[in-house]
Design a protein around this ligand. Structure first.
Ligand code: URP
Ligand code: ZN
Ligand code: ZN
Length: 468
C-alpha cells in the first residue's frame, strides 16, 4: 500500500486549523500528527512520497455540487466534456463534482442517467456523482425516483423556469416534493417564474430590446423572489426539504432567511458569478454582455452584499459554480439580435476555490468558512461527508496544497476550461493551487498536470446529511 506524507502545512477544515502532517495510505487519510511529533518523523522516513507544504495551506479538495458538462441547451451543447471539465476543475482545486443528468420530456429517468454515465464514465480526472433533472413528472418517473435514491442519485432538480423545456407546474412540483419527502430525495429548485418571464421576453423583443442586458431586465429579481417563496410554501405543504440553486437576488435570500427562521429545512446555494459580477457586465457593448448571460441572471451590484451576508449568517450554505460554458464565438452569438437565443450559462469550475479564497483575503469570510461553503457543506448537503469535504482519518485523500501568497491573473489564455473566454478576465487574485491529490494520487503536482481521464470514479451518494 503506497504511503504519502504531506508535511509542514496548515491543515484547514470547516471545523479547525492545525499545523499538522498528514499521512495518506491506500488513497485514504490514515492519520494527522503534529509536525514535530515522533509519529510524523517516522512517517517521513518510511513514505513513498513526501510533499512539502511548508508555508502552504492543506485543504480538502473542493466539492462543486452544480456543474453541467456537455449540457444540451438552446440548440448547442456546453463546451466542456467530462474530460476537459474535470481536468479544469482539478487545476482549480476541485476534486469532486456533482453534475446534472438530464431527463428529457417523454424519457425515463433511467435512460437520462444512462446517457450521462456514457458521457462521463472513464473520462473524468476527478470523482463525480449525479443529480437528476426531472423534466417530466408523471406516475412512472415518480416511482423511478425511489430507485434512483436507493442507487445514490439522491437529489432532483425541478424548474419553475423554461416553459416547454424543463418547466414543471406547481402540481408536478408538489408531487415530486411529496415523493422526495417519502424517499429521502432532496428537491433542488430553479426558482424563477418562467411563465411571467416569457411574457416579458416577448414584450422586450417586440419593442426592439434585443441586447444581452435585457436578459437581466426581463428576469426580474421579484420573479426570482416570488418563485422562491412559492417553492418554499410547496415544500412546506409537502413536508419536504428544499435546496434552492443559483440564488442571485437580495429578495430571494430574504425569502430563504425567513423560511429558515421558521425552522424549515430550506437551503440555498449561490455562485461566484453573483458574488463578483453584475448587470454592469451584462451591459458590456458589442454583444460582449452575452458572455455573462445565465439564469438566474446577474443582478445590480447592490445585491452582492446580501449574498455575502447570507453566506456569513448561514442563510446560504453552499457556493457551487453552475459551470455551463458556451464559447463566445459560435455559441453565445446564436443570440445576436435576440437575447433570448443566447445559450444560458457561464464557465467557472476552475475559478471557484480561488475566488472564494480572494474573499478570505478581502476579509469577507474566514478561512474555515471558505472550506465550509466550498467543501464540507456541499459534501454534507449531498450525502458525501466525511468521505469528501474534510481532512480526517478515513476520508478519501482528496487534498489540495494551496499557496495563499502567490498572485495570479485569471485569463482565458491560461485557464484549462474548454471555452474561449473567461468571465473573470484580468481579475487579479491572491492564492493559487499548487498540488492536488485525488484519493492519494497526484492530479496536479507542483503545477504540472499528472492526472488522467478515467482516474475519476463514479461516486454514489447518501441522502442529505442536514436532515435528521
Ligand atoms: O444559466 C444557467 N444557469 N445555465 C445552466 C442551467 C441551469 O439553469 O442551471
Ligand atoms: Zn437552473
Ligand atoms: Zn445549473
Amino acid at each position: 500500500m503506497s504511503r504519502t506524507v504531506v508535511r509542514g502545512g496548515l491543515v484547514i477544515t470547516a471545523a479547525e486549523e492545525v499545523h499538522a502532517d498528514v499521512l495518506v495510505e491506500g488513497g485514504r487519510i490514515a492519520a494527522l500528527a503534529s509536525h514535530d511529533s515522533e509519529f510524523a518523523q517516522s512517517w517521513t522516513t518510511s513514505a513513498d512520497r513526501v510533499i512539502d507544504a511548508t508555508g502552504k495551506y492543506v485543504i480538502p479538495g473542493g466539492v462543486d455540487a452544480h456543474t453541467h458538462m456537455e449540457l444540451p441547451f438552446g440548440g448547442t451543447f456546453a463546451s466542456d466534456t467530462f474530460e476537459t471539465g474535470t481536468r479544469a476543475a482539478a487545476w482549480g482545486g476541485t476534486t469532486t463534482i456533482v453534475d446534472f443528468a438530464v431527463q428529457s420530456v417523454g424519457e425515463s429517468l433511467r435512460s437520462g442517467l444512462d446517457t450521462w454515465h456514457a458521457k462521463a464514465d472513464a473520462k473524468c480526472a476527478i470523482d463525480y456523482g449525479f443529480h437528476m433533472i426531472l423534466a417530466d413528472v408523471n406516475e412512472d418517473t415518480l416511482k423511478e425516483m425511489d430507485v434512483l435514491v436507493e442507487e445514490g442519485v439522491t437529489s432532483f432538480k425541478l424548474f419553475m423556469a423554461y416553459p416547454g423545456v424543463f418547466y414543471s407546474d406547481d402540481g408536478k412540483i408538489l408531487r415530486a416534493m411529496q415523493r422526495g419527502a417519502a424517499n429521502g430525495g432532496l428537491i433542488m429548485m430553479h426558482a424563477e417564474n418562467g411563465i411571467a418571464i416569457d411574457v416579458l421576453v416577448e414584450q422586450a423583443l417586440a419593442a426592439g430590446r434585443t441586447d444581452p442586458r435585457y436578459h437581466g431586465e426581463v428576469r426580474h429579481a421579484l420573479l426570482e423572489a416570488e418563485a422562491t417563496h412559492r417553492a418554499i410554501a410547496l415544500a412546506q405543504v409537502a413536508g419536504s426539504p428544499l435546496y434552492v440553486v443559483h440564488v442571485s437576488a437580495q429578495q430571494a435570500v430574504e425569502e430563504l432567511a425567513a423560511a429558515r427562521d421558521k425552522g424549515l429545512n430550506v437551503f440555498g446555494e449561490t455562485c461566484p458569478q453573483y458574488l463578483f459580477l453584475s448587470t454592469d457586465n451584462l451591459a458590456e457593448p458589442d454583444f460582449e454582455g452575452a458572455k455573462y448571460v445565465c439564469s438566474t441572471p446577474l443582478r445590480p451590484k447592490e445585491h452582492q452584499e446580501f449574498l455575502w451576508r447570507g453566506l456569513r449568517t448561514n442563510d446560504l450554505q453552499v457556493v457551487s459554480t453552475d459551470h455551463c460554458p458556451f464559447c463566445f464565438n459560435g455559441q453565445k452569438d446564436l443570440g445576436r439580435g435576440d437575447f433570448s437565443k443566447i445559450p444560458n450559462g457561464l464557465p467557472g469550475v476552475e475559478n471557484r476555490m480561488d475566488l472564494l479564497h480572494q474573499a478570505v483575503v478581502e476579509g469577507r469570510i474566514s478561512r474555515r468558512r471558505w472550506i465550509e461553503i466550498a467543501c464540507a457543506a456541499p459534501a454534507r448537503m449531498f450525502g458525501l461527508y466525511p468521505r469528501k469535504g474534510t481532512i480526517a482519518p478515513g476520508a478519501d485523500a482528496d487534498i489540495v496544497i494551496y499557496d495563499p501568497h502567490t498572485e495570479q491573473v485569471i485569463s482565458a489564455e491560461t485557464h484549462h476550461m474548454n471555452v474561449d473566454y473567461s468571465a473573470y478576465e484580468g481579475k487579479r487574485v491572491t492564492g493559487r493551487v499548487e498540488t492536488v491529490l485525488s484519493r492519494g494520487e497526484p492530479v496536479i503536482l507542483d503545477r504540472e498536470y499528472e492526472g488522467r481521464a478515467g482516474h475519476g470514479q463514479y461516486t454514489p451518494r447518501g441522502t442529505c446529511q442536514y436532515l435528521i
